[in-house]
Design a protein around this ligand. Structure first.
Ligand code: BDR
Ligand code: CA
Length: 312
């Protein structure tokens, strides 16, 4: 599988890069950075550092959108550390990002390889939305799209209703869900929050004496400190690698088709994913506006967490 990775490293984003790099049947063709956990230029530097650690020294990295489509930039260093890597960012990378933007990179690659590439989006969807504006045929040029984001039947993680990646740019997310991608899978908090690494898992990782495992351990120590302050437990929810792992082995989860749209106006609910499981929006008697006429996507609704964490 050949992947364009859109990402905001980010502790769990970095783990996803390391996971993908270690899979024989998966190739990261290019990386785009996006604002989210940190500003987009920092995310690009972090992606370059992690790719180099993974031995992927040739994979191009393009810097993505500096801010969301219709709101101010909001980043979440309080989760991932001031550098986005829990204090593990090294010197500025020697390798420089590409001269094109992450959105342009998506469009160029999709046009050059029609029907071949999978887009894996692990951050806010600004670059994907911009790519759609540049190339409306994008839904037909990509083989598939995998998105980490949203909370369908569970509470949000930045507001009572909104998950971080959607909340960072609700307008962009709604454009993407409206675009009619043929093969779009959503992996949200419904499944990622069941995939918690506990102290035994973290200890087992820490005992692996490789630079990659030691780097991951250092990142996860910062993550565990954060979760410990939030919940009192040193268990980490490892979101982003789950989407990568489900690309590699979709059978680890169960899925349902659902029509989704994003709440763009609610005072308390902006950024919430509205999931229309019953296709009420298409019922002419009811005429709900949310999601009307949209193509359903595939949402992961349960996951075999043991299989996932063992694989990771
Ligand atoms: C998402 O938000 C970020 O903090 C993580 O990197 C992940 O992509 C989970 O809500
Ligand atoms: Ca992320």
């Amino acid at each position: 599988m050949r992947i364009i990775l859109d990402t905001d490293p980010g502790i769990d984003d970095s783990l996803a890069i390391l996971f993908l790099a270690a899979q024989e049947n998966m190739e990261i063709v290019a990386v785009g950075s996006v604002h989210g956990n940190v500003p987009a230029p920092t995310a690009a530097d972090n992606a370059l550092q992690v790719l180099d650690l993974a031995g992927l020294t040739e994979v191009p990295v393009a810097i993505g959108a500096a801010r969301p489509l219709a709101q101010e930039l909001r980043t979440t260093e309080f989760v991932h550390g001031a550098d986005g890597l829990g204090g593990q960012a090294g010197k500025p990378p020697a390798r420089k990002p590409e001269k094109i933007s992450a959105a342009e990179q998506i469009v160029h690659l999709a046009r050059e390889n029609p029907g071949e590439l999978t887009l894996l989006a692990l951050g806010p969807l600004t670059n994907v939305a911009l790519a759609l504006l540049l190339e409306p045929r994008l839904p037909h040029l990509l083989k598939s799209v995998m998105i980490l984001g949203g909370a369908l039947g569970v509470p949000g993680n930045v507001t009572p209703n909104a998950e971080a990646n959607i909340w960072h740019d609700p307008e962009a997310a709604d454009l993407v869900f409206e675009a009619g991608f043929e093969n779009l899978t959503l992996v949200g908090l419904d499944v990622t929050e069941t995939a918690k690494a506990d102290e035994a898992w973290l200890t087992a990782l820490a005992e692996i004496p490789t630079p990659k495992a030691q780097f991951a351990t250092a990142l996860l120590k910062h993550y565990a400190d954060f979760y410990s302050r939030m919940s009192g437990y040193r268990t980490c929810t490892i979101h982003d690698p789950l989407a990568a792992a489900l690309l590699q082995d979709p059978t680890m989860a169960e899925y349902k088709e659902v029509v989704v749209s994003v709440e763009l106006r609610g005072t308390h609910t902006r950024g919430q994913l509205i999931s229309d499981w019953r296709r009420i929006a298409d019922d002419t008697n009811i005429k709900s506006q949310a999601g009307q006429g949209r193509k359903p996507i595939r949402a992961a609704v349960s996951v075999n967490t043991n299989a996932y964490l063992t694989r990771l």
